[in-house]
Structure formats: C-alpha cells, structure tokens
Design a protein around this ligand. Structure first.
Ligand code: AMP
Ligand code: ZN
Length: 137
C-alpha cells in the first residue's frame, strides 16, 4: 500500500496520534504550520471530498468538531483555521482526504482563508448560481 496516510491509519508508519476512532484517525502534521497543527483523516481511503461515503463524511466532520476545542485549548490558542486542500490543483500533496486544524493567535502573522485567493472573478452571481444548481441536478 503506497498511500502514506493509509499506512499511518494502519499503524505501519509512526505518527503522533491524537485520536483513534472507528472511522477516523487524527495525528500531528509532521511539518506543522503552527504548534498543534492536526490532520484528521478518514480510515477508508478517499482521494477527494467528493469520494467520501456519507458515513465517512459524517464521522470525519464529527471528529473535526470534537477536536477543534481541545486543539485550541491544549495549545492556548485563540482560534483555529480549519481547511482542506481538495484536489491536486489546490496544492493537495497527499491524495487521501485530510482536514487541517491549525491553531491561531491574533499576532501569528498568518492570513485568513480569503488571503489565498486573488479574487479573479468574471461571472455574475446569478450566472454562477444557475451553473451550480444545474450541476446539482
Ligand atoms: P496537503 O498539502 O493539504 O496535501 O497537506 C499534506 C500535509 O501532510 C502536509 O502539511 C504535510 O506536512 C503532511 N504530511 C506528509 N507526510 C506526513 C506524515 N508522514 N505524517 C504527518 N504529516 C504528514
Ligand atoms: Zn490512503
């Protein structure tokens, strides 16, 4: 098995594990963006969010919700930025869904989720809304 997060889930390679649950494992990012940078992953391999089963999605987000407080409190942080790089084009380097929970402090020098985008838009909101509703079916 070549997926590095599947190997962590299966205990084949070491990680600083925070939580082991029936459908989810959480461990520290080996190259933390801040102290307490946690990755939350489904046990079942899925490359992208769209590939998650409803059950895996439920379990994944429940664990994110459960850990957000302890990650913040454990590090004495003021908040957490929670995010997913979803697909290679977004910078996802490990193709096994993982939710980043990164503790934040008011003076930590990091930006918001908004700061990763240059706000290049060309279409109206109604046009975009119609396109997405059509894709939903
Ligand atoms: P992403 O760019 O969203 O795919 O993030 C992948 C994250 O996985 C990066 O922040 C890496 O530092 C982290 N990572 C890669 N390999 C390991 C590992 N063996 N243990 C813990 N974290 C890892
Ligand atoms: Zn995997």
């Amino acid at each position: 098995m070549s997926c590095i997060f599947c190997r962590i889930v299966n205990g084949e390679i070491p990680a600083e594990v925070i939580a082991r649950e029936p459908d989810v494992v959480a461990f520290l990012d080996v190259q933390p963006l801040a102290d307490g940078h946690v990755l939350v992953v489904p046990r079942a391999h899925a490359a992208a969010v769209e590939d998650l089963s409803p059950e895996a999605a439920d379990a994944l987000f429940r664990t994110v919700v459960r850990l957000a407080g302890p990650v913040r409190e454990g590090l004495g942080a003021a908040g957490t930025t929670i995010g997913i790089n979803n697909g290679e084009a977004t910078g996802q380097t490990v193709p096994h869904v993982h939710v980043h929970i990164v503790p934040r402090w008011p003076d930590d020098g990091a930006g918001t989720v908004h700061t990763i985008f240059p706000r290049r838009t060309s279409r109206t909101l109604p046009d975009v809304g119609a396109a997405i509703r059509k894709a939903i079916g």
